[in-house]
Design a protein. Structure first.
Length: 287
């Protein structure tokens, strides 16, 4: 499976890169995607260990590369070391923290090229600061070619901390900002992932927040503990109507007469190639 293969994004589990035991369990879990973290979850004196572990996972073949994303550090020196450790690897994506300027994205793309990663490697970005939210429309409007921008991850903990905003009462005070990021991500045809739920022992609270994220339109939820995988998958599983729609879209585009068309009619409605990508993601989420 390549790094550009279609996979669902219902459950996206963060795993610290320096935790060998946790990394060894990845092949036994049901998360759609794993984010191996080289940034905040790893102490400075453990960064090199985390880099070596991450490369070993990517090269080990136990987990398909389409399920593996690496969150790199934001500062240039650490980020360069992160990417050099990934030479010869093919992660699905590299996740850029604290995205606040086009210059950050350009620098990451250049560093990916210098490190020799395939040009199909996706870039995911974290919107988790006031500047990131305030300028999100501009930040997500970028040219895509090599190292395409493909997904936006919301960092709710940092947003709450930096703004002093409460995350209680069903995140009512954060919802306008979450909706802002979500609509601009959707406008650019990007996947968008909800933030983490911190109390992994609170199953009812997690389920409620996951349903809220699903109803808002998020593609999935980022997770901090394996116990959150199953309820996330259940919350973001497509409905029967969504599955039927996706099957109809895929079947229609598979017809020989539609092979080269950018848009077709299905039951009187125009459906574009973009919808075919969405349909494949819907069907992936049923497996």
């Amino acid at each position: 499976m390549t790094s550009t293969a279609t996979t669902a994004l219902r459950s996206v589990l963060y795993v610290p890169g320096d935790k060998e035991r946790a990394l060894h369990k990845l092949g036994t879990l049901a998360a759609d995607v794993y984010v191996i973290d080289l940034e905040d979850a790893v102490a400075p004196d453990r960064k090199d260990t985390a880099r070596a572990n991450t490369a070993a996972v990517l090269q080990g073949g136990t987990v398909p590369t389409a399920q593996l994303v690496v969150r790199v550090n934001g500062d240039a020196a650490s980020q360069s070391a992160d990417l050099q450790a990934l030479r010869g690897c093919t992660p699905r994506a590299v996740l850029l923290p604290k995205y606040e300027s086009h210059a950050q994205l350009a620098a990451l793309r250049q560093a990916l090229q210098q490190a020799g990663l395939p040009t199909s490697t996706q870039v995911w970005v974290m919107v988790e600061t006031p500047i990131g939210i305030a300028q999100v429309a501009q930040l997500l409007a970028v040219d895509n070619g090599s190292y395409p921008l493909a997904a936006v991850v919301i960092g709710t903990n940092d947003i709450a901390r930096l703004t002093g905003t409460s995350m209680g009462e069903g995140r009512r005070y954060l919802l306008p900002w979450l909706a802002t990021v979500l609509i601009h991500a959707k406008a650019q045809h990007l996947a968008v992932l909800d933030g983490v739920y911190n109390d992994f022992s609170d199953t009812e609270g997690f389920a409620a927040e996951a349903r809220q994220g699903r109803d808002m339109g998020f593609d999935g939820k980022t997770l901090i503990h394996p116990s959150q995988v199953a309820p996330a998958n259940a919350s973001f599983a497509p409905s029967d109507a969504q599955v039927q729609w996706a099957q109809a879209v895929v079947a229609a585009f598979n017809q020989p007469e539609n092979a080269s068309k950018g848009a077709i009619q299905i039951d009187g409605e125009m459906v574009e190639r973009l919808h075919l990508e969405i349909a494949h993601r819907v069907l992936a989420a049923t497996r």
